[in-house]
Design a protein around this ligand. Structure first.
Ligand SMILES: *Cc1c(COP(=O)(O)O)cnc(C)c1O
Length: 385
């Protein structure tokens, strides 16, 4: 057992974020109020377009976006088999049927031409995922949506910072959904948001996130009491001021973090370029900006991934799997009758992928250590086959 310890993730909350949050904690009002409003404006400003609505999670954002377009029972929603299960469960929460599609073997991204083959008369929407931080071909998806009269909801849990063909998350889709879960690029432990195009949409989402009530709690408690009404069916998905205070200033630092993430990925790629038994996922193309959310490697099919995961951890290196393919998870197998071979590319990636530590606080000597340990383990595993 090694003495060295490299965590899988370290967040970037600093003393200023904590001080701002302490201000909220010392105030009277803890839930959705001025800090949430400030965060929403700041994120929209960063994205350069649209209206942002603060929520409790990305899963909630995906759920509400589907409901906004009346998607429910009897409808089909196309998404990728290579994603976190929440992308698909949000579709089920809305009452619709998730239709999984296999991914590009090089990038692991959903491609418009593959999604198109799954379109039926019941198809209402597509949820592409900007996986690992690289954006899907949103121009292609927007064109597809126009031709087939479909809604596009972007799962941008991995990608606030990305750009492709001059397009940013949420610009061409009807909505894009973000996550601030513990290991995401900016975080408040648990949290989410979506970006939409009009004030009318944002007003609907603000009501839907709060029971379908017309006034939010802050406007109810400032000034004299006024009766509120419940105008539509709603959920309990409102971001609170504690979460927003933790998040708001991280947005100012997000591009600095992104540059460091990119440098880390480049260092990994150089160190692993000739490693035996390891294949790297396609790097980002010129003129494309990735958020570099995850750095994943693919092990040779004959190497036991579990063995490598264990060995990395025995050497003090935190690691994860993003993701085992959605259709291979127990619930999906049992509910939809999926077989591993239904989506062979996602299945293969899901069986061979390992995520290595990738966060701005990761040091160069830690990257070098991780790469050398991984090379050694993979080389040894390959030699015993
Ligand atoms: C993290 C994640 C989600 C879910 O985000 P929550 O905020 O935890 O609901 C959805 N999709 C992808 C691709 C994710 O990585």
């Amino acid at each position: 057992m090694s003495e060295k310890k490299v965590e899988y993730f370290r967040h970037n909350l600093n003393d200023d974020d904590i001080a701002l949050t302490t201000d909220v904690l010392r105030s009277v009002f803890l839930t959705t109020g001025p800090k949430v409003a400030a965060f929403e404006l700041r994120l929209a400003e960063y994205l350069g377009h649209g209206h942002v609505v603060g929520l409790t999670s990305c899963t909630a954002a995906l759920h509400l976006a589907l409901l906004r377009y009346g998607i429910g029972p009897g409808d089909e929603v196309i998404t990728t088999a290579m994603t976190f299960c929440a992308t698909a469960t949000a579709i089920i929460q809305a009452g619709a049927t998730p239709i999984l599609v296999d991914v590009c073997p090089q990038s692991a991204l959903l491609r418009p031409e593959d999604a198109e083959k799954a379109i039926t008369p019941k198809t209402k929407a597509i949820i592409p995922v900007h996986l690992y931080g690289r954006m899907v071909d949103m121009r292609g998806f927007a064109e597809l949506a126009q031709r087939h009269n479909l809604i596009i909801i972007e799962d941008a849990a991995h990608c606030i910072e990305g750009q492709r063909d001059g397009i940013r998350p949420g610009q061409l889709g009807h909505a894009a959904c973000f996550s601030f879960y513990a290991t995401k690029n900016i975080t408040c432990g648990e949290g989410g948001a979506l970006v939409c195009h009009t004030e009318e949409d944002a007003t609907w989402y603000r009501s839907a996130r709060h029971h379908g009530i017309s006034k939010n709690a802050a406007s109810r408690y400032t000034g004299t009491y006024q009766h509120w009404d419940m105008e539509m069916m709603g959920w309990k998905y409102n971001m609170d001021d504690i979460q927003a205070a933790l998040l708001v200033n991280q947005i100012d630092r997000i591009d600095t973090y992104r540059s460091r993430r990119q440098a880390i990925e480049e260092r990994y790629r150089n160190l692993l370029a000739n490693a035996k038994g390891i294949t790297l996922v396609e790097p980002v193309k010129d003129l494309e900006i990735s958020s570099h959310h995850l750095f994943t490697v693919l092990l040779h099919p004959n190497i036991s991934r579990d063995h490598v995961l264990l060995q990395l951890q025995e050497n003090g290196i935190g690691c994860a799997v993003n993701y085992r393919a959605v259709h291979t998870l127990k619930y999906f197998k049992e509910t939809f009758g999926f077989k591993a071979e239904n989506f062979p590319v996602a299945n293969d990636i899901g069986n061979r992928t390992i995520s290595l530590p990738l966060y701005p606080k990761l040091l160069d000597n830690e990257i070098d250590y991780i790469a050398s340990v991984l090379c050694e383990i993979a080389d040894e595993a390959l030699s015993v086959i």
